[in-house]
Design a protein around this ligand. Structure first.
Ligand code: ARG
Length: 846
C-alpha cells in the first residue's frame, strides 16, 4: 500500500514501527504535505534562512561572551569607620534625622569623595558614600561606600580599599592648612560580607537601642518565640551604651538554621558591619542551659541577622546591658601568690572582649617551681582551631605563645624559677570562650609525685602507663614499655590490650598485633573460618576456604553466591564486602545503592554513661518509647515510615504492665529533651508489637522486637530512618560506633533528660565471651570501652548501636544488656541486627 497517498504514513502498526521522531510533527495542512515528494525550492530557502540565522546568533553570543562580558560590572560595598579627632560628640549625633547628624554626615561624605576621587584606581568607579552612624570618641563615624567596578578590576579595588588608611593619611597631609576640614584617624575599611550583597533580600529592618545603667533592654528576632523569623530579610540592631561603658549582650535563646550559608547572626565590635571587627558568626541551636554572653570593647555593638527563603527557625532573644569600664567584672590579670590557685580569662566561660591584654604574675614559695595546666583552652579564630601560628588571640607563658583549641590538660607548662608570667591577648576580631587555668607549686626534682610525667609536662595516673591508651596525648606514656601479662608487645615498643590481637585492625601501627594469627604461613591468607589457604587461591573463582571468604572483595563483579556474598535484587551476587550505600554502583541493577536515603542526619556535623549531649537532629532515627501516663522506658530505631526496631525485653509483660500490647505505648520521634515537646516532636500510637519468638528472658538471646505504627511517619530534618545492613554486612572489630539514649547516666543513677551520645568500639567476640563468663551467643555483639566509664545503661535498651560507614549510619545492634554499667572490662551487649535481617524483612517487608 502506498502510505503517502492513503495518509497513513505516520500511523504505527506496532510499537516497533513507531518512530517517535516523526510521530508528532505538526502538519498544518496535510494535503500540501502529502503532495510534496521531496524538499521543494521554498523548503530549501527556508532551510538556508534558518541556518544563517542560527549562525548569526551563535556568532553574536560568542562576541558578547569574549568581548562585552569582560565589561560586566559589579556593585561593591565597603564598610568602614574612622575617628574624627577635631569634633566633639553631641547627643544629637545618635539620631540620624537630626540636623546636627545630617550636617556632619554631609561633611564626612564630601571629604570621603575628595579622597576617593584623588585615587586613580578608585575615582572612575566611585558612586557615593553614606554615613550610617556616629558614636563617641571623639566622634567615630561609620560609613558605607559604593563602587561600580568592572569585574576584572574587583581585586585591584579591594586591594586599594584595604589600605584606605594610607590614602586618608596622604590626603590629610595636603589639607592640613584648611582649618575647617575634619581630621580623620584610625581609618578601617573592608568589603561587605558577600552574602549580604549577593543574596536578594526582600526587606531590611533596622533597630537601635541605647542601654543605660540599671536598665536591661532586650532584643529579639521578629516574631520570637511565637513565629519563625522572616525569610529573605537583613536585620540589624545597633546597640549603644553610655560613654565609659561597654555593652554586654546575653543570649537567652538561640535557635537558627544549622547551615550558616542560609541564616546567620553576626556580632560586630562596631556600629556597621566591618568584617575586620566581627566578634563572632553563629547559626544552629544553642541550648539555653549554655550561657552565651559577649562584651564589646567600647560603647557600641552591632548584631545582624540575615535569612534566606529556606527554612526559617524561631530565632533568638538576648538581653543588653552596660558595664562600666574598669569595673571588677571586666578586670583581668594581677598578682597570684600561694602554693596553688586558679584563674580564667575575663568573662569565662563566656566570650572574652576583643582588644584586651591581661597579665598574671604567679609567684610560689622559693625553692619550688610553678606548674600551670589549662583545663579549658578555647582561643580559636575560624579556621585556626589547630593554632599553629598565633598571630591573633593567644596566651603567652614565659615567652611561649599558645593559641587555637586545646584538650583539657594539653597545655601544661613548668617554670624554671618560682615565678611565672602569663599574658593573654585578644585582637580586634573574633572572640572565643577563653581559658581556665590552675597553677601549683611543685618540686622541680619531682614534678609528678606518685604519677607518671608525660613528655609534655603533664602528669597522668601511674596505672595509665603502658596500658595501650594514649593518655598523655603525645603517646609518651606508651613508649618504652615492658608490657604487662594481659598486653601484646608490639615491635615498635607499644603495648596494646590482649583482646585487640588478631581482630583485623592494626592497633600497634606496625601490624605486630595482626601477625601469627592462627599460624597461617607466609604466602597464605586466613579465611573467616580461620583456615589457611594459599594467597594464590584468593579470588580464583573457587571456594577454597569452604566458607567462600577467599572469594570476597575480588575485583571481579559477580561471583557465585555464598553466605558471605552480597545478593543483589536480581539475585546475582557480588564479592565486595559492605557494598550497600557506599556511593559506588556494584550491582548491575543498582540495587546496592537503592533505598539509601537513611542513616544520615541533615546537620553537621555537639544517658549513656560517660557520654555527652547529642546535637538536635544528630540521631534522627532515635525513638523514645513511653508507657502512656508514665514516661520514657526504652529506646527504639526508625527503619521505615511505619516500622521500628527495639529490644524484646522491653515488650515482655509483667504482673503490673502489659508491655506486649500496642495500646500500652506511645512513641516519640524528633525528641531531644524529655518532657519538652517542641515543634520537631511527633507522637504516634502503635498498631502492632512483634517480639522475636525465640527471645529468651534468661539469656537475653534473640533480644529483638518490631513495632508497627498506627500511621506512617513523615520524615523531617529530625525524623529519619537508619540504614538496615544486609545479612552479610561486616561490622569490624575495633571500629567506633555510637550509642545513644535517655538512659541512666550512672549505674543506679537517674535518666537523662537530653539525648546522650557516646562512642564505643566493637569488641572481639571471643574476648568478650571470656569477659562476660561465656554468656555471649552468636546473636549478640559486644561494644564498649574496656577501661570502663563509657556504656549504655538502664533506659537505653532497645535503642540503636549506630555504625558509621562512609556517609551513612547502619543499625549494627540494639541495646540489650550488661553487667552493671560502664564497669571496667564489662562491655555492653547488643543484639546483632544482621542475624535478624531475614526475620525483619519477612515481618515488615523493609
Ligand atoms: N537492659 C537495660 C535497659 O533495659 C540496658 C542495659 C544496657 N546495659 C549496659 N551496661 N550496656 O535499659
Amino acid at each position: 500500500m502506498d502510505y503517502m497517498n492513503s495518509g497513513m504514513r505516520y500511523t504505527p502498526k506496532t510499537d516497533r514501527d513507531w518512530d517517535p521522531a516523526v510521530q508528532f510533527l505538526p502538519a498544518s495542512d496535510n494535503k500540501k504535505l502529502e503532495k510534496k515528494k521531496g524538499p521543494g525550492k521554498i523548503g530549501a530557502v527556508i532551510g538556508i534562512v534558518i541556518f544563517a540565522a542560527v549562525i548569526a546568533l551563535m556568532t553574536g553570543l560568542l562576541v558578547w561572551h569574549f568581548h562585552f562580558r569582560k565589561n560586566v560590572r559589579v556593585k561593591k560595598l565597603y564598610s568602614g569607620s574612622m575617628r574624627i579627632t577635631n569634633q566633639v560628640f553631641e547627643d544629637a549625633y545618635e539620631n540620624p534625622n537630626s540636623t546636627e547628624f545630617k550636617a556632619l554626615a554631609k561633611q564626612v561624605a564630601t571629604q570621603l569623595r575628595a579622597i576617593y576621587t584623588k585615587s586613580p584606581q578608585l575615582a572612575k568607579y566611585y558612586v557615593g558614600s553614606t554615613v550610617q552612624a556616629f558614636s563617641e570618641g571623639s566622634v567615630m563615624a561609620y560609613c558605607l561606600s559604593e563602587f561600580d567596578v568592572p569585574a576584572s578590576q574587583e581585586a585591584a579595588v579591594d586591594k586599594v580599599m584595604a589600605t584606605l588608611d594610607k590614602l586618608v593619611d596622604k590626603e590629610q597631609r595636603s589639607i592640613k592648612k584648611n582649618s575647617n576640614a575634619l581630621v580623620f584617624e584610625d581609618v578601617v575599611s573592608s568589603a561587605l560580607d558577600t552574602r549580604l550583597i549577593s543574596t536578594s533580600f526582600d526587606d531590611f529592618l533596622r533597630f537601635s537601642q541605647h542601654t543605660r545603667s540599671n536598665h536591661i533592654a532586650s532584643i529579639k528576632s521578629p516574631g520570637f518565640p511565637n513565629k519563625p523569623y522572616p525569610a529573605n530579610t537583613f536585620m540589624q540592631w545597633q546597640l549603644r551604651a553610655d560613654q565609659g561603658y561597654v555593652i554586654k549582650l546575653d543570649f537567652d535563646n538561640f535557635n537558627l538554621e544549622e547551615n550558616c550559608k542560609n541564616d546567620f547572626v553576626k556580632i560586630y565590635d562596631s556600629l556597621v558591619a566591618i568584617e575586620s571587627r566581627v566578634m563572632d558568626e553563629m547559626c544552629g541551636y544553642v541550648s539555653p542551659s549554655q550561657p552565651m554572653t559577649f562584651l564589646s570593647s567600647s560603647n557600641v555593638m552591632l548584631v545582624t541577622l540575615a535569612t534566606n527563603e529556606k527554612k526559617n527557625f524561631p530565632g533568638f532573644q538576648a538581653h543588653v546591658s552596660q558595664i562600666q569600664r574598669g569595673s571588677k567584672e571586666l578586670a583581668c590579670g594581677g598578682q597570684l601568690r600561694g602554693v596553688s590557685g586558679t584563674f580564667t580569662s575575663p568573662n569565662y566561660p563566656n566570650y572574652y572582649q576583643p582588644r584586651i591584654v591581661c597579665e598574671w604574675n604567679i609567684e610560689v614559695p622559693t625553692g619550688k617551681v610553678v606548674k600551670i595546666t589549662f583545663s579549658k583552652f578555647l582561643l580559636a579564630e575560624p579556621g585556626q582551631e589547630k593554632g599553629t601560628d598565633c598571630r591573633k588571640d593567644y596566651v603567652e607563658i614565659e615567652g611561649k605563645k599558645v593559641c587555637g583549641e586545646k584538650e583539657a590538660g594539653e597545655v601544661t607548662e613548668v617554670s624554671k624559677t618560682n615565678k611565672m608570667s602569663v599574658v593573654f591577648l585578644s585582637d580586634r576580631s573574633y572572640v572565643d570562650r577563653g581559658f581556665s587555668a590552675s597553677y601549683e607549686a611543685i618540686d622541680s626534682k619531682d614534678p609528678c609525685p606518685a604519677q607518671f610525667k608525660c613528655a609534655t609536662q603533664r602528669c597522668v595516673k601511674s596505672q595509665l602507663r603502658c596500658d595501650g591508651w594514649n593518655d598523655c596525648g603525645d603517646m609518651s606514656d606508651e613508649l618504652n614499655c615492658k608490657c604487662k601479662s594481659n598486653h601484646i608487645q608490639c615491635k615498635n615498643g607499644l603495648c596494646k590490650p590482649d583482646f585487640w590481637k588478631c581482630d583485623g585492625v592494626d592497633d600497634c601501627g606496625d601490624k605486630t598485633d595482626e601477625q601469627d594469627c592462627g599460624g597461617c604461613k607466609s604466602g597464605e591468607v586466613m579465611c573467616r573460618n580461620s583456615k589457611c589457604v594459599s594467597e594464590k587461591k584468593r579470588c580464583d573463582g573457587r571456594d577454597d576456604c569452604g566458607d567462600g571468604s577467599d572469594e570476597l572483595d575480588c575485583s571481579r563483579g559477580d561471583v557465585r553466591c555464598t553466605d558471605l556474598t552480597y545478593r543483589c535484587k536480581n539475585n546475582k551476587c557480588i564479592s565486595k564486602v559492605n557494598p550497600e550505600c557506599d556511593g559506588t554502583l556494584d550491582c548491575e541493577d543498582g540495587s546496592d545503592e537503592a533505598n539509601c536515603d537513611c542513616g544520615r542526619n541533615l546537620f553537621k556535623t555537639s544517658r549513656i554513661v560517660g557520654g555527652q549531649e547529642a546535637e538536635q537532629g544528630e540521631f534522627p532515627w532515635q525513638v523514645s518509647l513511653h508507657i502512656k501516663g508514665f514516661g520514657h522506658v526504652c529506646g527504639a530505631s526508625i527503619i521505615s515510615p511505619q516500622w521500628l526496631v527495639t529490644a524484646a525485653h522491653c515488650v515482655q509483660d509483667d504482673a503490673k504492665t502489659r508491655y506486649s500490647q500496642p495500646g500500652t505505648w506511645e512513641a516519640f520521634f524528633g525528641l531531644h529533651t524529655q518532657r519538652q515537646n517542641g515543634k520537631t516532636v511527633v507522637k504516634k500510637n502503635l498498631k502492632q508489637v512483634i517480639s522475636h519468638p525465640n527471645y529468651n528472658a534468661y539469656t537475653y538471646d534473640n533480644d529483638i522486637a518490631l513495632m508497627e505504627l498506627d500511621s506512617p511517619l513523615t520524615f523531617t530534618d529530625y525524623i529519619r530512618p537508619i540504614c538496615l545492613p544486609a545479612a552479610q554486612h561486616v561490622f569490624a572489630v575495633g571500629n567506633s560506633v555510637w550509642i545513644t539514649g535517655w538512659g541512666a547516666t550512672r549505674e543506679g543513677g537517674s535518666a537523662a533528660s537530653v539525648l546522650q551520645k557516646a562512642q564505643v568500639r566493637i569488641i572481639n567476640r571471643k574476648v568478650c565471651d571470656k569477659l562476660m563468663g561465656g554468656q555471649i551467643t552468636s546473636r549478640m555483639m559486644c561494644a564498649g570501652v574496656l577501661t570502663g566509664g563509657v556504656d549504655a545503661c538502664q533506659g537505653d535498651s532497645g535503642g540503636p548501636l549506630s555504625y558509621p560507614s562512609g556517609s551513612h549510619m547502619f543499625l549494627a545492634g540494639v541495646v540489650s544488656w550488661g553487667d552493671g554499667c560502664a564497669r571496667r572490662n564489662k562491655p555492653g551487649i547488643y543484639t546483632t541486627i544482621t542475624k535478624f535481617r531475614g526475620w525483619i524483612q519477612e515481618k515488615t517487608k523493609v
